[in-house]
Design a protein around this ligand. Structure first.
Ligand code: KIV
Length: 312
C-alpha cells in the first residue's frame, strides 16, 4: 500500500516526488527548478496573474512562474501607480491565484511600505504571503540598500526574488518611469545591486527597464537567473504583465510590450453584440429558456383558461 501524505495535485505530494519520475511538463515548479533552467540554458517563462481565472489560464499554458504583481494596482484596481495597493489587497489576490495554480511557482509582490519601515515588519509581512495566502516566494524591489533585510527574510526560509533597474515603487524618487543604467556610474551601481542581492540569497532577480547590454552583463556575471522586462533578450527568462500581453490594458503600450492578442476589441465586440440582442429581443431565444414539464403545462393551461372564462 502506498501512503499519500499530502492532498494530490499540489506540489508537496511526496508520492509524486519519490515514486515516479513525472514528465517535465507536469512536475511542480520550485525555486530550484527555476535555477536549474539557467544551468541548462533553458529560458524561464514568467507572467503576472491576479485572480483565479487568469492564474488557471497562465498555469495551464505551462508558464513557469506566476507573479502576483503589485501592477494589479493599475490593471485591476485602476490606480495611477503601484503605490496605493495594500497588504490586504495583495493577500486577497494571492489567495485567488493560489486556488487556480497547480504547477507554476507563485511569487507575491511585497507592496510599497510593507518592507520599508523595519526588518521585523518586513519579515512579518513576507511570512503572511506564505502562511496565509499560498505564495511560495516574495518579490522585493531594490538592490544593495535592501540586501540586509532580504537576507533576514531568506534566513526565515522564505525565498525572495529581487527586482532592480526601473523599480516602479520608486517612481517619485526616480522622477518618473525612466530607463535606468544609462551612464557608467549607473551601470556600476546596478552591478553592485545585482551582486548584493545574489549574496543576500535571492533565488532570481527581475531586471526592469535597462539597456540590453547592461542586462546581458549582469546575466553573465550572476549565478542566479535574471528575468527581464524591458531588458532585452539576453536575460535567463522574461516576464510581462498579463493585461499587456493580451491587449487588455488601456493606453499605449511600452516599447518592450508585445501584444499577442487584442482582447479589448474582442470583449467590446461581444459586449455590444449582447447589448444589441437584449435591446432587439433577440436574446434569450426559446432554446435558451427553461420550459415546464408537459403535464404541468397542461394543468396550467386548464387553470388559466378557467380564469379567462370566469372573467367573461
Ligand atoms: O508588478 C509587476 O507586475 C512587476 C513586473 C516585474 C511585471 O513587478
Amino acid at each position: 500500500m502506498r501512503y499519500r501524505l499530502y492532498p494530490p495535485g499540489r506540489g508537496g505530494a511526496l508520492e509524486a516526488n519519490v515514486s515516479v519520475a513525472p514528465s517535465q511538463s507536469q512536475s511542480k515548479i520550485t525555486t530550484s527548478s527555476i535555477q536549474e533552467k539557467k544551468l541548462n540554458r533553458q529560458q524561464i517563462t514568467c507572467l503576472t496573474a491576479y485572480d483565479y481565472a487568469s492564474a488557471r489560464l497562465v498555469d495551464e499554458a505551462g508558464i513557469d512562474l506566476i507573479l502576483v504583481g503589485d501592477s494589479l494596482a493599475q490593471v485591476m484596481l485602476g490606480y495611477d501607480n503601484t503605490l496605493p495597493v495594500t497588504m490586504e489587497e495583495m493577500l486577497h489576490h494571492t489567495r485567488a491565484v493560489h486556488r487556480g495554480v497547480k504547477r507554476a511557482l507563485i511569487v507575491a509582490d511585497m507592496p510599497f511600505s510593507s518592507y520599508h519601515i523595519d526588518c521585523k515588519e518586513a519579515l512579518r509581512n513576507a511570512a503572511r504571503f506564505i502562511k496565509d495566502a499560498g505564495a511560495e516566494a516574495v518579490k522585493i524591489e531594490g538592490g544593495e540598500k535592501r540586501s540586509h533585510m532580504i537576507s533576514k527574510i531568506v534566513d526565515a526560509e522564505i525565498p525572495v526574488m529581487g527586482h532592480i533597474g526601473l523599480t516602479p515603487q520608486s517612481v517619485h524618487a526616480m522622477g518618473g518611469y525612466k530607463v535606468q543604467g544609462k551612464s557608467l556610474g549607473a551601470i556600476e551601481q546596478l552591478m553592485r545591486d545585482a551582486k548584493a542581492l545574489e549574496r543576500a540569497g535571492v533565488f532570481s532577480v527581475v531586471l526592469e527597464g535597462i539597456p540590453r547590454e547592461v542586462a546581458a552583463m549582469i546575466t553573465e556575471e550572476l549565478k542566479i537567473p535574471t528575468i527581464g522586462i524591458g531588458a532585452g533578450p539576453d536575460c535567463d527568462g522574461q516576464i510581462l504583465v498579463f493585461h499587456d500581453l493580451l491587449g487588455l490594458s488601456f493606453g499605449p503600450p511600452a516599447k518592450f510590450v508585445r501584444r499577442y492578442a487584442n482582447l479589448n476589441s474582442v470583449i467590446t465586440e461581444a459586449l455590444t453584440a449582447y447589448k444589441d440582442d437584449v435591446e432587439s429581443g433577440g436574446y434569450p431565444s426559446d432554446a435558451e429558456s427553461y420550459h415546464l414539464p408537459k403535464d404541468t403545462a397542461a394543468g396550467l393551461e386548464i387553470v388559466t383558461s378557467r380564469k379567462r372564462a370566469m372573467k367573461l
